[in-house]
Design a protein around this ligand. Structure first.
Ligand SMILES: NC(=O)c1ccc[n+]([C@@H]2O[C@H](COP(=O)([O-])OP(=O)(O)OC[C@H]3O[C@@H](n4cnc5c(N)ncnc54)[C@H](O)[C@@H]3O)[C@@H](O)[C@H]2O)c1
Length: 260
């Protein structure tokens, strides 16, 4: 399949988990992909895609630093000529009781999950306007943009914020052929959930490793956790020509966990 032949994709948080799965799928469908993350292994993921015959490069970028974000989009244009699709996926979660949640921790989560998404969208729109042929912005929100979970007010606020950014920007750029959408993963089996299982398990009771996640997964109508590829299939749809008339939407990818 080559739905994305001739298109350039920039993606943050692509060193593992959901972001790496999205990058793999775009590369397998013909896109040139610039993967970024704040850890070196993103370069290895990019090399894996290149070895499999794809067009990819990896770059170390911390989305809490604006200058690094600007450099990321500069590099996409230098390597591949233009930016067509931008996936704002880098994210962090911290789980803390209110009495332990410092202002520093609050600001750190908002900086990456919300301000980082805004700055990447701003830079991507600037690049899409240069070629004037529209584009696709896709932002990673969370089930926590539907309902805040316990001990994570900062994370919930950050992901509700992503939904607000998505709706507001969608209205501003719609007539330029740029769509802006978001998606809400439910429980996807990644490193982030290994942390969630341990941290919520510790605060919510006497859980052994894996028990809390298993308990929460049992409540999902589909009866299983999601995979990165479950997410990547929806994201590539949103980035495709078939989704040209879909904008400002936030789509749940969660096996029915939330129905809104
Ligand atoms: N796994 C889930 O069930 C789940 C559920 C809801 C939302 N999400 C969201 O999906 C996204 C990806 O999550 P995941 O499960 O793959 O997590 P993960 O922890 O496996 O990967 C996180 C990625 O973000 C990158 N990252 C973190 N801080 C960064 C920073 N400051 N600058 C640049 N990159 C940074 C990491 O390097 C990594 O590539 C996140 O936004 C997360 O909030 C995940």
């Amino acid at each position: 399949m080559s739905r994305f032949e001739g298109k350039t994709v920039v993606i943050t948080g692509a060193s593992r988990g959901i972001g790496a799965a999205i990058a793999r799928r775009f590369a397998s469908e013909g896109a040139a992909v610039l993967l970024s993350a704040n850890e070196e292994r993103v370069v290895d993921v990019a090399a894996e895609l290149t070895q499999a015959g794809g067009k990819a490069a990896g770059m170390l970028v911390d989305v809490s630093r604006k200058a690094e974000i600007v450099a990321l989009y500069d590099e996409a244009e230098r390597l591949f000529g233009r930016v067509d699709i931008s996936i704002q996926n880098a994210g962090v979660i911290r789980i803390s009781k209110i009495e332990d949640l410092s202002e520093e921790e609050w600001n750190g989560v908002l900086q990456v999950n919300t301000t980082g998404v805004f700055l990447c969208c701003q830079e991507a729109i600037r690049r899409m306007r240069k070629h004037g042929q529209g584009g696709r912005l896709i932002n990673t929100a969370s089930g926590q943009a539907r309902q805040g979970f316990i001990y994570t007010p900062h994370y919930a606020a950050s992901k509700f914020g992503v939904m607000g950014i998505t709706q507001s920007l969608a209205k501003e750029v719609a007539k330029e052929g740029i769509t802006v959408n978001a998606f809400c993963p439910g429980i996807i089996d990644t490193d982030m959930w290994a942390y969630n299982d341990a941290a919520w398990g510790k605060l919510l009771g006497d859980y052994k490793p894996g028990e809390l996640m298993a308990e929460w997964v049992r409540a999902i109508p589909a009866g299983r956790a999601g995979t990165g590829d479950d997410v990547a299939k929806v994201v590539t749809f949103l980035a495709s020509d078939d989704a040209a008339y879909v904008t400002g939407q936030t789509i749940n990818i969660d096996g029915g966990m939330f129905m809104s």
